[in-house]
Every structure is written in C-alpha cells, then in structure tokens.
Design a protein around this ligand. Structure first.
Ligand SMILES: Cc1cc2nc3c(=O)[nH]c(=O)nc-3n(C[C@H](O)[C@H](O)[C@H](O)COP(=O)(O)O)c2cc1C
Length: 132
C-alpha cells in the first residue's frame, strides 16, 4: 500500500469512507459474514443484488447457503468448509441459485479478515463464472 493511503487510513472515519465507496461501487459482489460457525451475513453490497436478485436487507442474518441448491457441487462446498475450519482462503466455482431460482455459476473467493491470528469476519468476493 502506498505510504500516503496508509497515512490517510489512520483516521478511522476516512478508512470507513474509503471502504464504503469501494464496496458500494464495486462491479463484483461483496459479502461479509460474522466469524460464527454458521457464518451469518452482516453485509452485502449492491452488486450482490445484481448478481443474485436478493436485496442486501433481506439476507442480513442469513447464511450464504441460501444460494445453494440441488446442482451445487458438494465437493467444492466441502473444500470451502475446510478453509473455514482452518481459517484459510478459498477460491472456487459452483452452481448457485438466484432469488428467482435460476441457476448460475458462482465464481468466488472467501478470505478471513484477521486481527493478529484471530478471524474477525469473513469476506467474499463473487462474480458470475462462465465455465465450471
Ligand atoms: C463469506 C462467505 C461467503 C460465502 N459465499 C457463498 C456463496 O457465494 N455460495 C455458496 O454456495 N456458499 C457460500 N458460502 C458457504 C456457506 O455459507 C457455508 O459455509 C458452506 O455451505 C459450508 O458449510 P456446510 O457444509 O455446513 O453447508 C460462503 C461462506 C462464507 C463464510
């Protein structure tokens, strides 16, 4: 990170504003969950609605499992569950379902946001994939 941005981010209010501008204008869908076993959604950006059809307000408190369905590859999900258990990172593709039930290929990364060695929240960056 450039030293100048690092300096600007020392002001927590500036940090929050930069984060807000980035997430609200990102072309990629961004999902943040808490660090509980169930990984409950605490934030979804506007691009999440474009991708999935769910309004951010209706997914807060739910788990991203709402995106899964019969054709979702359980092996990919098992790999993700492992990453969560080990507080590691995940990248993969699997069939997910939009709010209207239409299947699509989700291509996503899940990353732990750690302070020291403790995962405080999980962050996902998601977009539509074109081949599994
Ligand atoms: C930040 C985050 C984002 C997630 N995003 C998705 C997603 O886009 N699609 C999906 O199928 N699962 C997603 N998951 C995975 C599910 O929430 C759940 O962790 C997964 O199904 C493994 O648990 P299970 O084996 O108990 O179902 C995400 C998990 C986290 C922590």
């Amino acid at each position: 990170m450039a030293a100048t941005l690092e300096k600007a981010l020392q002001d927590a209010q500036v940090g929050l504003k930069v984060l807000q501008v980035l997430t609200e204008n990102s072309y990629d869908s961004i999902l943040v969950t808490d660090a509980t076993k169930d990984a409950k959604i605490i934030y979804a950006n506007k691009a999440f609605k474009t991708l999935t059809g769910y309004d951010p307000s209706e997914v807060i408190g739910k788990t991203p499992r709402i995106l899964q369905g019969p054709a979702t590859d359980r092996q990919v999900i098992a790999r993700l569950a492992d990453a969560l258990k080990n507080e590691g990172r995940f990248e993969g593709k699997a069939i997910n379902y939009r709010k209207d039930g239409a299947p699509f290929i989700m291509h996503w990364r899940v990353l732990p946001a750690k302070i020291g060695s403790r995962t405080k929240v999980w962050v996902a960056v998601q977009r539509e994939g074109f081949e599994i």
